[in-house]
Design a protein around this ligand. Structure first.
Ligand SMILES: [Zn+2]
Length: 314
């Protein structure tokens, strides 16, 4: 997959690969959906690519071909020397449902340890990628620390986290930490247009609302819910509609649009000097997080409007 943005992180990885100085333990930190997992997978390809591309002098990229059998199998998450751990992988091993996996458990890190202690079969390194490492339990993080203290030869460990504070300092100190930034909205718009077939006008609009996140942009690209005009907004009508439709995708989308309109309005008022809006924005953002975590939209908005005690649309 093509990598967009993230030049500082890529430059570090590219030089580390070229000079053989890459730390065997890496933490990629940054918001959800900005390409951490993509870069980790592409790095894994770069270790074992059978046909590595020679990068040109000014290229900021990783040397893999995308086409050889090794690159292809890593792309399909089906390579003996690459292990991708996430909640879905843990659920499969534990024979549980993915929705019930709220943490990454010590058993899972033991599985990583076991995987890394086997000599690579086809590649120079065995690569373990741990997605959402924010979710490691304390026991799991301690088990991870043990692996990092005495890493097996030829092991490459990559922890992906949204917030560094979710990883114990002892673990951080054993890793090279690479920061991933929100993707520039121009780059996102181009990606939506070129790779996802979105018209340029719509791509620009979606990119603006995506906060630099590929996953958010993907979720929003098919969002055809109408813009919410707060001046003609009828909350009673909205709630009765939401009550009927709250189990449907459209209900959630419309709820998101209402929240976005409220947040934009509050930000406008804040920037024109109304400091009381800061508290309101905090409540609104917290409601949006609940929606992102699939809480019932009607409950989220009712709770929000009770807390704000501000009539909407009046
Ligand atoms: Zn290749």
């Amino acid at each position: 997959m093509k990598i967009l943005g993230q030049k500082p992180a890529l430059t570090y990885l590219m030089r580390g690969l070229a000079h053989g100085t890459l730390s065997p333990s890496l933490i990629f930190v940054g918001p959800a959906g900005v390409g951490k997992k993509t870069v980790a997978v592409e790095l894994a390809k770069s270790f074992s690519c059978l046909n590595p591309v020679r990068l040109k002098k000014n290229d900021v990229d990783l040397p893999r071909c995308h086409r050889c059998s090794s690159c292809e199998r890593i792309g399909r998450n089906n390579h003996t020397d690459v292990l991708l751990i996430d909640r879905a992988a843990q659920a499969a091993v534990l024979r549980e449902k993915e929705e019930t996996q709220t943490a990454l458990k010590i058993e899972t890190i033991r599985q990583v340890d076991k995987f890394l202690r086997i000599k690579p079969l086809e590649s120079p390194r065995r690569v373990a990628i741990i997605d959402e490492a924010d979710l490691l339990t304390i026991e799991a993080a301690n088990a991870m620390l043990k692996v990092l203290e005495e890493p097996p030869a030829n092991a490459q460990i990559i922890l992906l986290v949204e917030r560094l504070r979710n990883i114990p300092p002892t673990v951080q100190s054993r890793c090279a930490v690479l920061h991933f930034k929100p993707v520039a909205s121009g780059d996102l718009a181009l990606w939506l247009h070129e790779e996802q077939g979105v018209s340029m006008d719509h791509a620009l609009e979606v990119a603006q609302r995506s906060g630099g996140s590929f996953s958010k942009a993907l979720a929003l690209k098919d969002d055809d819910a109408p813009e919410v005009d707060l001046s003609s907004f009828d909350m009673d009508e909205f709630f009765s509609w939401l009550g009927e439709a709250s189990w449907r995708k459209e209900g959630r989308k419309r709820a998101e649009r209402v929240l976005t309109a409220l947040i934009e309005e509050a930000e406008r008022q804040l920037s024109s000097g109304d400091l009381e809006q800061a508290g309101r924005i905090k409540l609104l953002l917290s409601a949006r997080r609940c929606l992102d975590h699939h809480v019932n939209p009607r409950l989220v908005l009712e709770d929000l409007f009770v807390k704000m005690r501000v009539p909407v649309g009046s």
